[in-house]
Design a protein around this ligand. Structure first.
Ligand code: FDA
Length: 296
């Protein structure tokens, strides 16, 4: 219930104005959003963690904004080390205006990323953008086979989707639980987790490169066991976690020799991202409220 409310608030312009302009939210934002993205990347890289960088922003309403988002990505790509990944939301590249526009914009970012030894992963957003997401991914893969895509296990067709993707050679698939809401989606954590495991089984047994995006200790253990069962060594898959979430676990896995990539969001358009992080964990709301009260 609280989750639904926070996700609804994440789409409210009025709440966005109030929260975004309040100096009181600064501490909470700092936990989840990198203020100095290059500094954060350097620090994570020093700790043998890989990175994927997200220039925050989504749902543009005109072509100029979408072109601005492309420009932001081209700039950061020029400043990231080889081996880094960039995470891109197609709605920021104009998906809701036209699929072709989002495809062209994503292709420009892909070309720049490839030229610098970086990869690109397409984030999964609201349920009504998922068909467009996979259509753009399939087209981009023809020129850029290493472009990655996200699957949300809460969607009813996630397992079938993973089975189909797993047949493609070297496909990079990031599996997460899902941070939005969708009609008909799995709701209970048990259902979402069971779907996650079935997706993991398909991806680990398949021809691609699974990217296990979760902080859930049980799913991390299952992923590690499935990798062994399927003869994948540490280079055959990676764990992914969000900046500011379970940093000690990120380091522990990396110290054990696993590949761990941290999702580093940056930029001023952090509102919707922050609300999704608060919605994921009720305790975060108390943390948020405490920080407001202690500053107020
Ligand atoms: P779960 O929510 O059950 O959390 C497990 C444990 O992790 C919690 O008990 C807590 O300890 C910790 N934790 C989780 N979230 C936390 C938070 N916000 N703050 C503090 N602690 C927290 N979603 C999506 O719809 N589209 C996408 O493209 C992506 N992309 C993406 C990339 C990467 C690298 C990650 C890690 C996640 C995403 N997500 C996403 C978000 C994802 O769908 C999901 O909402 C979150 O990862 C939380 O789910 P967990 O699997 O971590 O489990």
């Amino acid at each position: 219930m609280l989750r639904q409310v926070l996700l609804a608030v994440s789409r409210s312009d009025r709440a966005r104005r109030v929260v975004s302009t309040s100096p009181l939210t600064r501490d909470v934002v700092k936990r989840y959003v990198a203020g100095d993205v290059e500094g954060a990347v350097a620090e994570l890289t020093d700790r043998r963690l890989l990175v994927t960088v997200d220039h925050l922003g989504e749902e543009v309403s005109d072509r100029a904004q979408a072109e601005g988002a492309v420009e932001d990505y081209l700039q950061i790509i020029g400043r990231l080390p080889a081996g880094a990944d960039v995470s891109v939301k197609l709605t920021a590249l104009g998906l809701r205006l036209s699929e072709q526009l989002a495809l062209d914009n994503a292709a420009s970012i892909c070309e720049a990323a490839t030229a610098r030894g970086l990869t690109l992963t397409l984030d999964a957003e609201e349920h009504d953008t998922i068909a467009g997401l996979h259509s753009v991914h399939a087209t981009l893969r023809k020129e850029h086979p290493d472009v990655g895509v996200v699957v949300q296990s809460y969607l009813r067709d996630s397992v079938e989707r993973c089975i189909r993707l797993a047949e493609l050679d070297d496909v990079r698939v990031r599996l997460c639980k899902g941070a939005y809401t969708a009609p008909g989606a799995h709701k209970s954590s048990g259902e979402i987790d069971r779907a996650y495991v079935r997706c993991l089984k398909a991806l680990m047994a398949g021809n691609g490169y699974p990217m296990v995006a979760t902080h859930d200790p049980r799913l991390i253990e299952i992923a590690s066991a499935l990798a062994v069962i399927n003869g994948r060594d540490a280079t055959g898959f990676e764990y992914q976690m969000l900046y500011g979430v379970r940093p000690a676990e990120q380091e522990r896995l990396a110290e054990q020799g696993a590949q761990v990539r941290v999702y580093v969001p940056y930029g001023s358009d952090w509102y919707a991202y922050l609300m999704r992080r608060l919605a994921e964990r009720p305790a975060n709301l108390a943390f948020f409220a405490r920080s407001l009260v202690s500053r107020g």
